[in-house]
Design a protein around this ligand. Structure first.
Ligand SMILES: Nc1ncnc2c1ncn2[C@@H]1O[C@H](COP(=O)(O)OP(=O)(O)OP(=O)(O)O)[C@@H](O)[C@H]1O
Length: 224
């Protein structure tokens, strides 16, 4: 699928600002994510990448500005967006006391599709091991196996999906992301990794950091 200026926008952020613990992390953030396209959110440790993703999936509701799903504003658009969303957070959502197969069955996969997905991420032979006995990279593969299940939702929001993966794991994931975009899906991800995906644009949160000196000057002006 080719992405053009006419590709429909699925997720849009307008003049977004997020706070954490009383501190403004970023403000004035604008971007539009189209069908068949990906956005990589970049920024230093603590810049607010995870906070942004958690805001976009509705876990964090303390924001200023506007978030739109297919043209409808949050929070009323949240249920519709969640119906089309696959979110894999920092921790991956893998239960250590379950096996990789049981984890995928818990997410609603059939046994056949779960075994297929585990094979795609090179975990054949580990289906029945308890996840707490697997390595960090293997656990990350269990989490990412959800991207290989059939009828995957159209929007993927992925927080540091490449963490702990080896070179083969990175290649497998990039290939699957490219396939998802090719089918008209959309991806928003955070990563410090240099990615070779086509139809990918970067948004750096450092460009939206608040200038504290201006905030102080404005406050002085208001109270003087
Ligand atoms: N639950 C929380 N309560 C209070 N402050 C928080 C909480 N979670 C995050 N923060 C703070 O918000 C800021 C942004 O955190 P966030 O995890 O969004 O950054 P990040 O850009 O994803 O960082 P990293 O690259 O290290 O993963 C940090 O300074 C962090 O200390």
């Amino acid at each position: 699928m080719s992405v053009t200026s006419k590709s429909p926008v699925v997720l849009q952020v307008r003049d977004l600002a997020c706070d954490r613990d009383g501190r403004r992390l970023f403000e004035g953030l604008d971007f539009s994510l189209c069908t068949g396209a990906a956005i990589q959110i970049k920024g230093a440790n603590g810049a607010g990448k995870t906070t942004l993703l958690r805001t976009l999936v509705g876990i964090v509701s303390d924001f200023r500005g506007e978030i739109l799903w297919c043209g409808s504003s949050f929070p009323s658009a949240l249920p519709a967006m969640r119906g089309s969303l696959l979110y894999i957070g920092h921790r991956g959502g893998v239960r250590g006391s379950l096996t990789p197969l049981e984890n995928l069955l818990w997410y609603g996969a059939t046994r056949e599709s779960a075994l297929w997905a585990l094979d795609c991420v090179d975990l054949s032979g580990f289906e029945g091991s308890l996840c707490y006995s697997l390595s960090a990279g293997e656990n990350r593969r269990v989490a990412l196996a959800r991207l290989f299940l059939p009828q995957t939702p159209r929007l993927w929001i992925l927080d540091e999906p490449f963490t702990a993966l080896d070179a083969v794991g990175v290649a497998i994931l990039e290939q699957q992301m490219a396939a998802h975009l090719g089918f008209g899906g959309s991806i928003l991800l955070t990563s410090h990794q240099c990615l070779s995906l086509e139809r990918l644009v970067s948004v750096d949160l450092s460009d939206f950091v608040v200038d504290e000196s201006l905030v102080a000057m404005e406050a002085e002006h208001v109270f003087s």
